[in-house]
Design a binder for this molecule. Structure first.
Ligand SMILES: CC(C)(COP(=O)(O)OP(=O)(O)OC[C@H]1O[C@@H](n2cnc3c(N)ncnc32)[C@H](O)[C@@H]1OP(=O)(O)O)[C@@H](O)C(=O)NCCC(=O)NCCS
Length: 213
């Protein structure tokens, strides 16, 4: 793997915002799953506030993740994790997430850290960091967070389930109730099966919703 540096993004990285959005959007199309889209302006605001992490190989964009603060710092979310296709399967997402996690614990020491994802890779990484799967009721109830899902193709499922569930799995790290790292719950086979069941049930409902409209 080429040498990659992971750093806290700032104003000098604003020029990468468009490319980051393009890679996120192209990857969502390839995966065929929902993803909350973000504008380059949103990504740039995160960089200016030092709430974004960027991975660069020389001046080439390799990966990205940003931090969002919810409920007056009661929660922080690590979102928009993306690795450029040329740098995948080499452990870069894991390093970016670990960097973001440690940085965010220093910046927001009392905040619970959460994420929602359909990605097995992200579930694996989060599990290794000590997150545990939770129901959406344990996550922030800040409407602005959930409004961010509006650009996801599965938003009608989320609203039809009154924000109680969706295709994404909610995951939480509570700094007070630190999970012992050995308590591993991640089981790729089981999670793959669960994801399939969820997709069949909830996406089946989606067909019904569309049919009813
Ligand atoms: C998901 C993504 C960030 C992973 O990046 P990456 O740098 O290739 O991931 P890593 O190499 O760090 O892999 C981390 C772990 O996940 C596993 N993994 C990677 N891709 C996987 C996949 N598609 N399915 C299941 N597990 C996967 C790896 O085996 C590794 O596990 P290990 O620690 O046991 O070896 C990257 O593929 C990507 O940007 N995808 C498009 C955007 C996306 O899906 N973002 C997540 C939003 S929910």
């Amino acid at each position: 793997m080429k040498q990659v540096n992971i750093i806290i993004a700032d104003e000098s990285h604003l020029k990468y915002a468009q490319e980051i959005c393009d890679v996120i959007s192209d990857s969502a199309k390839v995966r065929g799953t929902g993803i909350a889209r973000r504008t380059p302006e949103y990504i740039q605001a995160k960089m200016i506030n030092h709430n974004a992490i960027i991975a660069l190989s020389g001046d080439q964009f390799a990966g990205f993740c940003y931090i969002e603060v919810w409920g007056d710092t009661q929660y922080v979310a690590h979102s928009g994790l993306i690795v450029h296709p040329e740098y995948r399967n080499q452990g870069l997402a894991k390093k970016i997430k670990e960097f973001t996690f440690n940085y965010s614990l220093k910046k927001y020491p009392s905040s619970k850290v959460f994420g929602i994802t359909t990605g097995l890779a992200v579930m694996k990484i989060n599990s290794d960091l000590g997150y545990r799967p939770v129901t959406f009721s344990e996550l922030t109830d800040d409407p602005k967070f959930w409004a961010g899902c509006k650009t996801c193709t599965n938003y009608d499922i989320l609203t039809s389930k009154e924000h109680k569930m969706c295709l994404c799995t909610g995951m939480l790290y509570d700094p007070v109730k630190k999970v012992k790292k050995k308590e591993k719950w991640f089981n790729k086979k089981v999670l793959k099966r669960l994801k399939h069941i969820k997709q069949t049930m909830l996406a089946g409902n989606k067909q019904l919703l569309l049919w009813k409209k």
